[in-house]
Design a protein. Structure first.
Length: 250
């Protein structure tokens, strides 16, 4: 396998940048992840999939030293300060803000509750000036310099461990990473809702059985009342489940 080292004039960084094969077309500024099938291939980081952020695609002329293998197509920086494509999806970006992935593959955004960040912005982007294009969500996209230090999001203060099945369940509903606080709040709402619904149903059934035993002739009206209790219990459960969905999705 052929290796070569290319030395170029520095622009924004003084780090060694490595070459990778590309899955799809990857332009400089896109946030990428390693392919699940090959550690020598990168792809655009999927929207809201902060856990797999690896680095950012750069123009090789921006690095002092690049390491390249034959057949490689893009250069990825995992440290240093480089231009990154960002959106104002999570609000205006100010210097010093942490940057993570947005809901658009490869495009960064101001970090909120994402589990991992790409780094910190050295420049701001308000979505009004220096706009390159707009994303599929209609939000402005621009390019800013970001100091790349990939790691856990320091904005997330709750380090409460979440059981893996519960974490996966929350992510499946929300379509993104969710904080432990939000997951446990949703679990509490669900438990309370289920308890109230089941208690209402049990009390209604018990009361109906007792009433029929005391007055068999009123069976029709008692059964009608029981059906109403069942409907109320179902509505309580559905409302609580919808509340859980909104809590995780927000």
């Amino acid at each position: 396998m052929l290796f070569c080292i290319v030395i170029t004039a520095p622009v924004w960084a003084d780090t060694i940048v490595q070459g990778f094969k590309a899955s799809g077309v990857l332009q400089p500024g896109l946030i990428v992840s390693l392919s699940k099938n090959s550690s020598s291939t990168v792809q655009s980081t999927a929207g809201n999939d902060a856990d797999h952020i690896y680095g950012v695609v750069i123009d090789p002329s921006q690095a002092v030293v690049t390491v390249q293998q034959q057949g490689q197509q893009v250069f990825v920086a995992t440290t240093g300060s480089y231009p990154v494509l960002v959106s104002v999806q999570n609000g205006m970006i100010k210097p010093g803000d942490y940057i993570s992935i947005s809901s658009i593959a490869g495009i960064g955004a101001k970090a909120t509750d994402q589990s991992v960040v790409l780094g910190r912005a050295l420049e701001g982007f308000d979505g009004k000036s220096n706009v390159i294009t707009t994303g599929s969500d209609g939000q402005a996209i621009g390019r800013i310099i970001v100091t790349i230090v990939t790691g856990k999001n320091p904005l997330i203060k709750d380090n409460i461990a979440i059981p893996a099945p519960l974490k996966r369940f929350g992510q499946a509903i929300a379509g993104k990473n969710v904080t432990a606080l939000r997951v446990y709040a949703a679990l509490l709402v669900f438990v309370i809702t289920a308890t109230v619904a089941i208690s209402t149903l049990v009390v209604g059934i018990r009361s109906s059985i007792i009433a029929i035993g005391r007055n068999p002739l009123s069976k029709k009206s008692i059964m009608r009342s029981l059906m109403q209790v069942i409907i109320v219990s179902v509505l309580i459960f559905v409302a609580g489940t919808f509340g859980v969905y909104l809590l995780l999705k927000a």
